[in-house]
Ligand binder design. Structure first.
Ligand code: NAI
Ligand code: MG
Length: 353
């Protein structure tokens, strides 16, 4: 059996608790993983003045994959935690795809109560390296009445083409539909360009059904007719907003996993829950570990450990679908550890059945 070297960055708040549960589950389905933990976090920032050391990316480069909890905590401004760790790692490792599966899991209650698992199975492909999240811009005339701020967006040909192509490739393995999030009526330079690239790539995939929707209308579509959607591709900002919305209309943020993927595999990919460090419930032992455990399953799938990944996925749906222990966000009374242990036991039983 292959032995993988995986780095963990538990980070802040509930990131620490949910990462411990994901590690527990992965150890049960794929014994022999060599874990290395990095204590990079807001606490580390307050102690050292940096979220991670300057050579952080070099330290991580030798790992097969990275499992990230969440970074950000009151006391450290969010732009420092985000730009000090998450965004530099995504860019250093060419993780230009942010892959966010959204499924209505059995046994969980959606905001769309009468929908079933068959109606809501989306894959959100978010551009993860450029777009609206750019460092270009500045604050001018600070403190004066004529003060103004500029924040530029960056849409490159390479960046748009590769993310849209990635979405089409995923669609060919699924229901064969891609919907592009645009806003060419408001953003009159970047979005018409995005649309142009989308149409050019779409022409190369005649078997895939395509749609282009303004992001506001698409947000409504996710709530009203999720069954009409399959793969959604969007820019960095649009993909970010749509995936929180999509997570919220399923069972909530505690269930939504995410992967920062380098499709060329010349650097490690990084897996994390969609949610943040949840300071409001940190330290209480009640965070839902399912999102991070499913992020662990995506990690295993990416590494080629298909059987182990499927066992984790199935264990999650079995535990939720059979009325097993659940955390308070899903209306239960179980702790983070109880849910993690139940899923680990179930996954291990499935593999060794
Ligand atoms: P959040 O996702 O941490 O929390 C939003 C709400 O969802 C809270 O009420 C929280 O209790 C609940 N929640 C989230 N995950 C949960 C779980 N696993 N189980 C049960 N309830 C859960 O978003 P928020 O509050 O906007 O951000 C908190 C901090 O996290 C900020 O510093 C933010 O910058 C950071 N953050 C970091 C991310 C990352 O590292 N990738 C992503 C999003 C936010
Ligand atoms: Mg987000």
């Amino acid at each position: 059996m292959n032995s993988y070297r995986i780095a963990t960055i538990p980070g802040d708040g509930i990131g620490v608790d949910v990462t411990a549960e994901a590690v527990k589950v992965l150890d049960r389905v794929l014994p022999g993983i060599e874990w290395t933990e990095f204590d990079w976090s807001c606490e580390n920032y307050l102690r050292t003045g940096a979220m991670m050391p300057a050579d952080g990316p070099e330290q991580l480069a030798r790992f097969d994959a990275i499992l990230l909890g969440a970074v950000g905590f009151p006391g450290v401004p969010d732009h420092i935690s985000l730009w000090g760790l998450l965004i530099p790692l995504r860019r250093a490792f060419g993780q230009y795809v942010n892959l966010r599966p959204v499924r209505l899991l059995p046994g969980t209650t959606s905001a769309l109560r009468d929908r079933t698992a068959a109606d809501l199975d989306l894959l959100i492909v978010r551009e993860n390296s450029e777009g609206e999240y750019s460092e270009i811009g500045g604050r001018h005339n600070p403190g004066r009445p004529d003060e103004f701020v500029l924040q530029e967006s960056v849409f490159t040909r390479v960046g748009c083409e590769r993310i849209i192509r990635y979405a089409f490739d995923r669609a060919t393995e699924r229901a064969g539909k891609v919907c592009s999030a645009t806003k060419s009526n408001g953003l009159i330079h970047s979005m018409p360009y995005w649309d142009e690239v989308f149409e050019r790539i779409a022409a190369q995939y005649p078997a895939v059904e395509t749609r282009q929707m303004h992001v506001d209308a698409l947000a409504a579509e996710i709530v009203l007719h999720p069954d009409r959607l399959d793969v959604i591709v969007g820019s960095n900002l649009f993909g970010d907003i749509l995936s929180d919305l999509a997570a919220a209309v399923t069972g909530g943020l505690g269930l939504a996993p995410s992967g920062n993927i380098n499709p060329g595999r010349d650097a490690p990919s990084m897996f994390e829950a969609v949610h943040g460090s949840a300071p409001d419930i940190a330290g209480q032992g009640i965070a839902n570990p399912v999102a991070q455990i499913l992020a662990g399953a995506m990690l295993l799938e990416h590494l080629g450990a298909h059987e182990a990944a499927a066992a984790v996925d199935r264990a999650v749906t079995d535990v939720l679908g059979s009325g097993g222990p659940r955390t308070p966000d899903l209306g239960g009374t179980a702790t983070t550890t109880e849910v993690g242990t139940e899923i680990a036991d179930r996954a291990s039983a499935l593999l060794h059945a």
